[in-house]
Ligand binder design. Structure first.
Ligand SMILES: Cc1ncc(COP(=O)(O)O)c(C=O)c1O
Length: 502
């Protein structure tokens, strides 16, 4: 194992037969392999550039390299780990590579990796408080730390889910149940005399809002996408007009989703103005701060958060910009009773003597089992501290501003920044003076060429018909040098792929 990166020397004899006592592999085997693994991980984190950030994209290559049937007899861990290094690692996209600048770049940091390792070893399942008392209470504590980090007042209930998509689904499930008269939990939506439910978000909101509506039976057509302004922020007037028109047409508005850090440009909806409307119209107000929520740890960025405290629920993803390994999404709500009304169902075999006095997380979601994600989050926050987190976020934002400056400085050669960049993402493109379609194709070619380098990986978005490149900074190991290299590759690619004049 690990010949590619470091070579190895192992004194412990290989044992492949299960321990007669337990059926598991022997613990001296575990110690040996675990020591190797930790050394491998440290080398990997220290030299991630040994692998291309984006692997050669050959569909089916991994499947073709692996046996199609499971082994009849157990194989030595050494052989399995060799296979991992040979067949799996080179075909992965390396999210922990500092040249990863696509989507929302993120980090599996050292404290996060250690926390994940321990959580796996403990295999705790806090579905009930008694099946993981410390896990459940640590989750209460760490989600409250997130609340404090982002500047919300006390009084929020917190829960960790896998993904923001789940957290937003929970928000809309609670919104659907917030009016007990609808009684959808019991009677469902179909074949009843119910008005059609409506949910509102801007045309820049993440597709998870539609997916939640699809899953909950609200229907994607009933997610009304409200126009955004020139800076990609929801227009409150357009929101109000849409709600008024829907009410007049007999629809039943139930929720509005504001976004703090949209997926394409990281724009921030006018949270306070939306809160006014949500309050007036008695809608559940959910704020998707999956990416940018952590920026609330930076005092000079708190102005983006005005109005957040008025939300009914908020999602912040530590696995995006809080250096926590996938997956970890924090769902906060001021109205946990609506969430509980949506989901609590206590089967006889899950009843406990203390159920009325403790927090059983199974009561607040559709899943029973509850992974111990709080452990890694606790370790990350403790290891970096509030000030350390703020410094890291601030640094990422400063690098993004510098990158935007480089792009702007080449305006004469066709480069331009395409959207405001309040956080650590910059949207930009290169124009050749041709038609929109030609320019779009040109930028797509630039992206392909840069990504084929294996040194950096960027992604794109489309803003009002314009194909736009994105640089997203979120990995702790990304430094100015990686950005400078990305910029050099972009400029080379623009020169190499520009359409011939005339
Ligand atoms: C603003 C926003 N919300 C939600 C999501 C969905 O996140 P997840 O993958 O955790 O479901 C994303 C993903 O990038 C996002 O950008």
């Amino acid at each position: 194992m690990f010949r590619i990166i470091r070579g190895f020397a192992i004194n412990v004899p290989l044992k492949t037969t299960p321990s007669p006592d337990t059926g598991d592999l022997p613990l001296d085997e575990f110690r040996a392999r675990a020591n190797e693994l930790v050394a491998w991980i440290a080398d990997y984190l220290g030299h991630p550039e040994r692998y291309p950030v984006l692997p050669p994209l050959v569909p089916g290559a991994t499947l073709a390299a692996l046996p199609t049937a499971p082994p009849d007899d157990g194989e030595p861990m050494r052989k399995i780990l060799d296979g991992f290094e040979r067949d799996i690692v080179p075909r992965l996209t390396h999210w922990n590579h500092p040249g990863f600048l696509a989507y929302f770049a993120n980090t599996a940091s050292v404290p996060g990796i250690l926390g994940e390792l321990l959580a796996t070893a403990l295999n705790s399942n806090a579905m009930l408080w008694r099946t993981g008392p410390a896990a459940a209470e640590l989750e209460q504590l760490t989600t409250d730390w997130i609340r404090q980090l982002i500047g919300l007042q006390p009084g929020w209930f917190g829960m960790i889910t896998d993904l923001a998509s789940t957290s937003t689904l929970y928000a809309l499930a609670a919104a659907r149940e917030a009016d007990p008269a609808l009684d959808i939990r019991r009677k469902g939506l179909a074949g009843r005399d119910l008005p059609t439910l409506r949910v509102y978000c801007s045309d820049q909101a993440h597709s998870s809002v539609q997916k939640a509506a699809m899953t909950l039976g609200i229907g994607s057509d009933n997610v009304v996408t409200v126009e955004s302004d020139a800076e990609f922020r929801m227009k409150p007037d357009a929101l109000q007009a849409a709600i008024t028109a829907d009410r007049a047409a007999g629809y039943r508005p139930i929720a509005v989703v504001g976004v703090l850090g949209t997926t394409s440009t990281t724009s921030v909806d006018p949270l306070d103005a939306i809160a006014d409307i949500a309050e007036r119209e008695q809608l559940w107000y959910h704020v998707d701060a999956a990416y940018a929520g952590v920026a609330g740890a930076v005092p000079e960025m708190r102005h983006h958060f005005t109005g957040l405290d008025r939300a009914d629920s908020v999602v912040v993803n530590p696995h995006k910009w809080l250096f926590t390994p996938m997956d970890c999404s924090v769902f906060l709500t001021r109205r946990p009773e609506a969430l509980k009304r949506a989901f609590s169902l206590v089967a006889a075999y899950l009843e406990t003597a203390e159920q009325d006095t403790v927090l059983n997380y199974m009561d607040y979601g559709f899943q029973l089992g509850h992974r111990f994600r709080a452990l890694k989050l606790w370790m990350v926050i403790r290891a970096f501290g509030a000030r350390g987190i703020a410094d890291r976020i601030r640094h990422h934002c400063a690098m993004a501003q510098e990158f935007a400056g480089w792009v702007r400085s080449e305006a004469a050669s066709g480069w331009g920044v395409e959207a405001p960049h309040p956080f650590s993402v910059v949207c930009f493109r290169h124009d050749t003076g041709g038609s929109l379609a030609e320019s779009n194709a040109h930028n797509a070619r630039i992206l392909d060429r840069v990504n084929a380098s294996g040194e950096v990986f960027l992604s794109h978005t489309v803003l009002r018909g314009r194909y736009v490149l994105r640089v997203a900074i979120g990995n702790l190991r990304t430094d100015r040098g990686h950005l400078a290299r990305a910029w050099a590759l972009l400029q080379q690619a623009a020169g190499a792929t520009a359409p011939a004049p005339g």
